[in-house]
Write a protein that binds this ligand. Structure first.
Ligand code: PLP
Length: 393
């Protein structure tokens, strides 16, 4: 079958091969511990489920407005006011089938062929693939531990050209877990103010998972001028353990963009699932206590992970301030991340995600979405693996 040029340009998910192999090994009865989950291992809180069940019982089984029910969009506006102090109206909110969908639709609405999208690297693997499909040009801003895996104002300034259209910010970040502070965002905003052609897509999906008593900041709440060109993307998946519900939204700086995003959505998926939206509204209004409990568990697991990993010399894990990933530098092993991931699976029966698809062959990503027991056993196995003859220790 001949496929379109567009789809041929997209890389198949490089992590799938390892995930498929881990599944196949488990099916053969091998005790594989998976540190590869990209979703919370908790169930959705009961009262959120009840709200969706209630909506089903009341017959909310029809199409809703494409951009989402007014009830949910009003709840999103309340959330943005409460958490970020930002004033939005429902006509600037478009709810899609997950934050991934919202990001795709926003980029669809904004990019012309050749427009440059600035992506701090390591990055969430879907951003560049979306940009490629949409005819944009990826411009990566490589970071390292030297800048705590974050971009600096100087890096941003250097990367901006007249063709720069969108900067994607993702704080807390998948895969690095890095969180930009208020001061760091203000410094980036100062650069952006010199370049009015650059919009910001601020992916805040891990907002509720910020540790060490720190606060999450959106660049939109720090500078009114930058706010006028910032699209906030957020969703329910990570904060309220609602990955399967497929709810995410774009909060747009003006109605024109919101209408454009809605229009694209109207010709592809239409509204997000009607009764899921009812649960989504309740989650935003009443879900923060439960979100806080899940955060506390992730934070405890992060600390355990860091403590245990500190005993493996060739794995260097620097402390993530948020999200639920530990991004481990494996350069000292002398192997690529793919090779480390493949061998950890084959030889230690631990599944991790290699960094190459996130833009880094020097890191592996470990997920805290598993039990403390699994974390202990997995790190024991990894420590034993590096000590084996022929292993990289
Ligand atoms: C950084 C980031 N953005 C967006 C998403 C998309 O989340 P969802 O489509 O489930 O809302 C994910 C999911 O892994 C993510 O890690």
């Amino acid at each position: 079958m001949d496929l379109s040029q567009k789809v041929l340009a997209v890389k198949p998910s490089a992590t799938l091969a390892i995930a498929a192999k881990a599944r196949e090994m488990k099916a053969r009865g091998i005790d594989v511990i998976s540190l590869s989950a990209g979703e919370p291992d908790f169930d959705t809180p009961g009262f959120i489920k009840e709200a969706a069940i209630d909506a089903l019982r009341k017959g909310q089984t029809k199409y809703t407005p494409v951009a989402g029910t007014l009830e949910l969009r009003e709840a999103i506006c309340r959330k943005l006011k409460r958490d970020q102090g930002l004033d939005f109206t429902p006509d600037r909110i478009v709810v899609g089938t997950g934050a991934k969908h919202a990001i795709f639709n926003v980029l669809f609405a904004l990019l012309n062929p050749g427009d440059e999208v600035l992506i701090p690297s390591p990055y969430w693997l879907s951003y560049p693939e979306m940009v490629t499909v949409l005819g944009g040009t990826n411009v990566f801003l490589p970071t390292s531990e030297a800048t705590d895996l974050k971009i600096t104002p100087a890096m941003l300034e250097k990367a901006i050209t007249p063709k720069s259209r969108v900067l994607i910010l993702n704080s807390p970040s998948n895969p690095t877990g890095r969180v930009y502070s208020k001061e760091e965002l203000l410094a980036l905003a100062a650069v952006l103010k010199k370049h009015p052609q650059v919009l910001v897509l601020s992916d805040e999906i891990y907002e509720k998972l910020v540790f060490d008593g720190q606060k999450h900041w959106s660049i939109a709440q720090l500078d009114p001028e930058v706010a006028k060109r910032t699209i906030i993307v957020n969703g329910h998946s990570k904060a309220y353990a609602m990955t399967g519900w497929r709810l995410g939204y774009a909060a747009c700086p003006d109605k024109t963009l919101a209408k454009a995003v809605e229009s694209i959505q109207s010709h592809s998926t239409s509204n997000p699932v009607s009764f899921a939206q009812a649960g989504g509204a309740v989650a935003l209004d009443k879900g923060d206590e439960e979100a806080g409990k899940m955060k506390a568990v992730f934070e405890k697991r992060r600390d355990l992970f860091l403590d245990l990993l500190s005993k493996i010399d060739c794995f260097k894990a620097t402390k993530p301030g948020g999200a639920f990933y530990i991004f481990v530098n494996i350069k000292k092993t002398g192997l690529s991340a793919f090779e480390v991931a493949r061998r950890l699976l084959d030889e230690a029966h631990v599944a991790v995600v290699p960094g190459e698809p996130f833009g880094s062959p020097e890191h592996i990503r470990l997920s805290c979405a598993c039990s403390e027991k699994d974390i202990r056993t997995a790190v024991d196995r990894m420590a034993a693996w590096v000590r084996k003859p022929g292993a990289p220790a």
